[in-house]
Design a protein around this ligand. Structure first.
Ligand SMILES: *Cc1c(COP(=O)(O)O)cnc(C)c1O
Length: 224
């Protein structure tokens, strides 16, 4: 089992173009599985529950870059604010304001991505492209010194239809380019497009993803 983790990381890493970062999504997997990935050289890990992440962060090496990829509740931000490397799942201005507040408390500027709802499924979180444009146009986010918007995150529809997945990733890349030109032209720090999971990451990379989030493709299917 454990050799598979290392092999999977090596196999996936070998296919990645330079400039694409592999995030190993370790949610629901035990400390030992993360240690195995760590010993294979993996340093970027993704978790989706603030309390689980707090425990894992305390137990594991401090040079791990922890990514928060799940739905984030305002009252849980304090568990991750002191060390989180990147929050992928900002889905409202209110949440961004709360991250800013918690960032100020611990003296950090916290890097964040805006999650874009692009899949046709009803259940996924995130801004619609229109909501995202409106939020950015209104400009309140500019006055939050303890957060920095680094880019966008999205999940494609859970479907076998490759054409549809490609169109969804393509639409988010176009939105990314539009937002960068309009709001971030004077900085280099709007540079992250987090797109692609175990089943669709090659398509996401074709469409300009810079960060792929792989769970089952590395750790197998978790026992919840
Ligand atoms: C669980 C999860 C992943 C990883 O999914 P796999 O299909 O197991 O690779 C990626 N992104 C998010 C937001 C997730 O919740």
């Amino acid at each position: 089992m454990q050799a598979d983790i290392k092999k999977s990381i090596e196999r996936i890493s070998a296919t990645l173009p330079s400039g694409v970062t592999l995030i190993a999504v370790s949610k629901y997997h035990p400390i030992e599985a993360i240690e195995e990935a760590y010993s294979a050289g993996q340093r970027h890990f993704g978790e989706s529950k603030a309390q689980d992440l707090r425990i894992k962060q305390q137990m594991l090496p401090k040079d791990i870059c922890w990514h928060f990829i799940g739905h984030l509740q305002s009252n849980k931000i304090k568990y991750i604010a002191p060390y989180i490397y990147l929050i992928h799942s900002i889905d409202s201005l209110r949440l961004l304001q709360e991250v800013d507040r918690q960032g100020a408390k611990v003296g950090r500027t916290i890097d964040c991505l805006l999650q874009i709802h692009i899949a046709r499924e009803e259940t996924k979180f995130g801004f619609t492209p229109e909501e995202c444009r409106t939020m950015l146009d209104e400009g309140e986010w500019c006055s939050l010194p303890n957060v920095r918007i680094r880019g966008l995150m999205c999940m494609a529809s859970n479907t076998d239809n490759k054409k549809q997945i490609k169109e969804e990733f393509h639409a988010v890349k176009e939105l990314f380019d539009e937002i960068r030109a309009k709001h971030f032209a004077d900085t280099d720090s709007f540079d992250i497009l987090s797109a692609g999971m175990s089943d669709d990451y090659p398509i996401a990379i074709e469409e300009g993803s810079t960060h792929i989030r792989i769970g089952s493709g590395i750790f197998g299917t978790p026992q919840k």
